[in-house]
Design a binder for this molecule. Structure first.
Ligand code: KIV
Length: 277
């Protein structure tokens, strides 16, 4: 599959909807690419999904880079690396240096940052250094505690206006796309109409220019919590449990490995050791 370019992604504002999914390893990245998924996001959701953290806050640059490199090895599609908490908020220099690590060390095509006007200096500097930035507004998991927890954002006039201002500020700062998480679909429609770059919705209704989901949620592998906007296209966790229970039972019963799964051959083992003293 030919990797999308930034102009091609922006052009999709008035074309086919963009499909975005998360991957944290090479095998999943390969699967997503084989199905023509447009953008692969190495999300810091890996903190919850893979690493067992309670939130995305503890995720480090080294953890993100480890997984971003694995994804890069598995695909030639467009890969976005999610900048973890405090890798871009402390100083603009830090933001550029850490964004650069996603490009130089992991071969990412873009980075994603959470926040609006307050992070636009960092966005401008990263873009100014030649790197593509995807914004993320609405429910921003890294700072969810300040937003009153995992809840729909932009229901009141002040917060809805702030979200529109954030989207416009990100566009002006040079972002090429904006993820909008957990906002009313009418607000997502209005913001989508008022910015010239694609909006990628997650819990933001159907009017966005594209959609993103955490692949483990869509597949029904991650069972700890399921946001109400997630559609489960498969329920793999019970199937995984069934398969592993069968393996466990067959190993205990001595029925695995059977002949078909063993290297059973005509071999005089005694002769192999006949010269042993
Ligand atoms: O970390 C992540 O996977 C994300 C998506 C849910 C947008 O930020």
């Amino acid at each position: 599959m030919k990797k999308l370019t930034i102009p091609e992604i922006i052009k999709r504002k008035s074309g086919e909807k963009l499909t975005v999914l998360t991957a944290y390893d090479a095998s999943m990245a390969r699967l997503l690419e084989s199905l023509g998924i447009d953008i692969i996001l190495v999300g810091d959701s890996l903190g919850n999904v893979l690493l067992g953290y309670e939130s995305t806050v503890p995720v480090t640059m080294d953890e993100m880079l480890h997984h971003a490199k694995a994804v890069r090895r598995g695909t030639s599609a467009f890969v976005v690396g999610d900048m973890p908490f405090l890798s871009y908020q402390i100083s603009v220099e830090d933001a550029v240096r850490n964004a650069g690590r996603f490009f130089k060390e992991a071969g990412c095509d873009a980075v994603k940052v959470e926040g609006g006007t307050e992070i636009c200096d960092a966005v401008r500097a990263i873009v100014g250094a030649g790197m593509a930035v995807m914004g993320h507004i609405g429910l921003t998991p890294q700072t969810a505690a300040n937003l009153g927890g995992y809840r729909v954002q932009g229901k009141e006039a002040a917060s809805a206006r702030k979200l529109l201002a954030d989207a416009k500020a990100l566009e002006t700062a040079g972002a090429f796309a904006i993820v909008m998480e957990c906002i009313p679909d009418q607000l997502a429609k209005l913001i989508t109409e008022r910015v010239s770059i694609p909006t990628i919705g997650i819990g933001a209704g159907v009017h966005c220019d594209g959609q993103v989901l955490v692949t483990h949620d869509l597949l029904g592998i991650f069972e700890k919590f399921v946001p109400s906007f997630v559609k489960r296209y498969a329920t793999l966790a019970p199937q995984i449990r069934d398969a592993i229970a069968s393996y466990r039972d067959e190993v205990r019963a001595g029925t695995y490995p059977d002949e078909k799964h063993s290297f059973t051959m005509q071999l005089d083992v005694g002769a192999l050791f006949s010269e042993e003293k």
